[in-house]
Design a protein around this ligand. Structure first.
Ligand SMILES: [Zn+2]
Length: 456
């Protein structure tokens, strides 16, 4: 048995059902699972000194496109909205290879883990002739860092010749997508409670996927026992597109394709009307809220307050790095908090609500709320520590639940722990040779953008 004792905790914010906060405590993790929380939690093989810091459940990112860390901050698309932005990027993405997927994922995961994330969902939807190896590359990157990964086998089947947005060069045919999706589930999906590897089926969006593929993906996912994810209600352009092509609003369209239910969550979910919120509530369909991306692409403000009031599952996400352009989920909590304060004043989700969205809300979206998203005996030993014993944080910890949103924490965590293993310590990734990874990652990035014609 392996065990880790985290001692000298100033406050442990549990995000449990009663929102308990334990002061001056310790946490014992045995074989990756929280065994005890208390002033004297016992002895362990290894000890981690929290130095009076605040411990939170590991953050869970529910929507990302890790490959986009290699196409961020590109001047030509910097000021565009979604459709024009995508059209400017498809031509770059088609040059992706296995090395790009692996190193771009390392870059994004490093940012996430250093800022408290312990479980990451990645939605990869660009598959070219090298695509057979992309899922392997993603899981290899997550293993190297030590984080839990839900990899969504994304897909695009509606190219320009079928009235879709992407060029035909980045779409695949339905049979190939379904065969590859099934193979990915069989190869990687582990449904056990403390699993590190899960697979999701995730056709990209209504404007890049045929209705046939949407329906067949839903049926395949349900026959294999995996979850469903797609982009929906992100922009007004998308609503117009679906109305024009299908004569329905986006959610009615998805419902007609069997795409609602507690096993479905949508990225963004901004442009839902009152009736559509009730459909989400009735069907238990969830929403991955991506505030920074929504602000950057001028997409709109997700109706989070109303969703929470209706009991609609809401999780937090950084979205792809080409529309964020970072992967810092801790900063996303603060950005979301401020966005809703501006928009809804005293009705906005509280700072503590934003933390809960990023922990147990996110766990619910991924179907992991039996094991992730809370500090509680029997839950996974996934957590992070913020060091508040620094000059700039004096006076910040009166309400530890609110700190990430209300104060914001700009630096790296004191430590990030996944399954009782320290994966980041004071900004240093513990499991990889970081200097070497930086050098390789730069080479791969340069080769890719040169191939794509962005760099000379
Ligand atoms: Zn996205």
């Amino acid at each position: 048995m392996s065990s880790l004792l985290i001692k000298n905790i100033g406050a442990a914010v549990t995000c449990d059902e009663e929102d308990r906060v334990f002061k001056h405590t310790s946490i014992l993790i045995e074989d990756g699972v929280i065994a005890r929380i208390g002033a004297d939690a016992g002895a362990a093989d290894r000890e981690l000194d929290a130095r009076g810091g605040i411990v939170y459940p590991g953050l869970i990112n529910t929507h990302h496109h890790l490959y986009q860390t290699y196409s961020r901050n590109i001047p030509a698309v910097q000021n565009l909205e979604l459709f024009a932005w995508l059209k400017g990027l498809y031509g770059i993405w088609k040059h992706m290879d296995e090395d790009v997927v692996y190193y771009a994922a390392l870059v994004g995961l490093a940012d996430l883990v250093r800022h408290g994330a312990t479980t990451v969902m990645d939605h990869h939807y660009v598959f070219n002739e090298a695509g057979d190896r992309f899922m392997d590359a993603l899981f290899a990157a997550a293993d190297a860092i030590g984080v839990r990964l839900h990899a969504a086998r994304g897909s695009m089947s509606r190219g320009e010749s079928k009235g879709g947005l992407p060029p035909d060069s980045v779409v695949q045919d339905t049979d190939r997508i379904l065969a590859d999706s099934e193979a990915a589930v069989k190869k990687f999906h582990d449904p056990s409670p403390f699993s590190y590897r899960q697979v999701v089926l995730a056709p990209c969006s209504p404007f890049s996927v045929t209705p046939e593929l949407m329906v067949q993906s839903a049926r395949l996912a349900r026959s294999l026992g995996v979850r469903l994810h797609t982009h929906l209600a992100e922009t007004r352009d998308e609503s117009r597109y679906v109305l024009e092509t299908e004569n329905m609003r986006p959610l009615a369209y998805m419902e007609s394709l069997e795409w609602t239910g507690p096993d479905v969550w949508f990225a963004h979910g901004i442009h839902f009307d009152d009736d559509e919120l009730l459909v989400l509530q009735r069907t238990g369909s969830g929403v991955a809220h991506c505030p920074v991306s929504n602000m950057k692409l001028s997409s709109g403000v997700c109706r989070v307050r109303e969703m929470l009031a209706l009991g609609i599952p809401v999780g937090l996400a950084v979205d792809g790095s080409a529309s964020n352009d970072g992967s810092n989920l801790l900063a996303e909590i603060r950005a979301g908090y401020l966005l809703h304060r501006l928009h809804e004043s005293d009705q906005a989700p509280s700072a503590g609500d934003m933390l809960k969205i990023a922990t147990n809300g996110s766990a619910t979206l991924l179907g992991r709320d039996d094991a992730l998203g809370m500090l509680k005996v029997g839950m996974a030993g996934d957590l992070f520590i913020l060091d508040v014993n620094r000059l700039e944080y004096v006076g910040s910890d009166l309400d530890p639940k609110a700190l990430p949103a209300a104060i914001g924490y700009a630096g790296d965590t004191l430590a990030t722990v996944v399954g009782g293993q320290v994966v980041a310590s004071e900004g240093r990734l513990t499991r990889i040779d970081e200097a070497r990874a930086v050098s390789e990652a730069k080479k791969v990035w340069r080769r890719y953008l040169t191939r794509a014609g962005v760099l000379a």
